[in-house]
Design a protein around this ligand. Structure first.
Ligand code: AVI
Length: 322
């Protein structure tokens, strides 16, 4: 696989974002994208196997079951770009179906180099595939993929796993509009969205019994200690998950169990925490199946078809650029 990488100063950005997020006057927060260093990505992979967290398995089931039908609905010839490919495991079913139809170029876009390497290891045995990875933020990578577009080819963008849910609703629509602006009419976007479910089920999914999600969340502080030289004492923070009914989301927080001060040298700050004060680290928005077409239309797409899992409410939505 060819990988296009640009040197990014991730540690510098992390230090700035930590400074901005932990000096907010009200709710302290940290961007969820920093959950995914190598340790965090490995922990997320474990989360996807937990009995309480059915999201990834639902996504994979739908792709396995409906791969041929999805591919039949996408105008060809086509090149496939995936935003946040991860290991690429669940994309295999779709790519095999695309490659049965025609030779297919697959462009995974990922900020994690190790994920891109895993992805190529997972998928390079598919017959008639060529893989070119982009180690980039989503929109930067997609812009480059679009520049590679062969004459007469459509682009099919995959944004799976309900990653859209980690944006707030307004930012999610803005992101889809940005994707749409890079595409041409008739191009497609396969969007995975986790659907609303009972609050008790959501809390179990984001605060599992084994404590893997807790470790995934706490790793953010461990990462700050490793990369920014901070002195977070992990035994003085606990993971919490709570449902936000207005936002229709589940939030993950890290709660300080006592009054304490944390020194973060690379961000040039010392941060005071009151007992019970939290750092908001992630929101996972949930959708109703009926609202997806409205969201799609506001972003310049229409929702052509929707496939819904029977075991875990989750929808795969095929959006077509208008
Ligand atoms: C990647 N993303 C869609 C996951 C989610 O469900 O929001 C991340 C996650 N956070 C806790 N568990 C899983």
């Amino acid at each position: 696989m060819l990988v296009h990488a640009i040197p990014t100063n991730v540690t510098y950005d992390f230090a700035l974002d930590v400074r901005a997020g932990l000096t907010q006057p009200d709710q302290k927060e940290l961007p969820s994208k920093y959950l995914y260093d190598d340790v965090g990505s490995a922990l997320f992979e474990v989360i996807s196997h937990l009995p309480e967290y059915g999201l990834t398995r639902a996504d994979e089931r739908l792709l396995r079951r409906h791969a041929s039908e999805i591919v039949d609905r996408v105008a060809g010839p086509v090149s496939v770009a995936e935003l946040g490919s991860g290991s690429g495991r669940k994309t295999r079913y779709l790519l095999e179906a695309f490659c049965r139809r025609q030779r297919t170029s697959y462009y995974p876009v990922e900020i994690s180099h190790s994920a891109l390497v895993m992805c190529e290891r997972e998928l390079s045995d598919i017959e008639s595939i060529s893989i070119v990875g982009f180690e980039r933020e989503y929109l930067d990578g997609l812009l480059e993929v679009a520049a590679y577009r062969k004459p007469g080819h459509h682009l099919c963008v995959l944004f799976l796993g309900s990653t859209i849910g980690n944006f707030d609703r307004t930012a999610g629509i803005r992101f889809l509009s940005d994707v749409r602006n890079i595409l041409k009419p008739g191009d497609s976007l396969l969007l995975g969205t986790d659907l609303e479910k009972p609050h008790s089920q959501l809390i179990r999914a984001y605060d599992d019994e084994l404590g893997v999600t807790a470790a995934f969340n706490l790793n953010l502080l461990a990462r700050a200690n490793r990369e920014l030289g901070s002195d977070f004492d992990l035994s003085k923070f606990v993971h919490t998950a709570k449902v936000n009914p207005e936002a229709r989301s589940v939030e993950m927080h890290l709660e300080s169990t006592c009054r304490q001060t944390v020194d973060i040298p690379a961000s040039e700050i010392k941060v005071e925490f009151a007992a019970g004060e939290t750092i908001w680290t992630e929101s996972s928005h949930k959708y109703s199946a009926d609202e997806i077409d409205g969201i799609a239309r506001r972003a310049g797409f229409r929702c052509e078809v929707q496939w819904i899992d029977e075991q875990w409410p989750f929808a795969e939505n095929l959006l077509i650029a208008e």
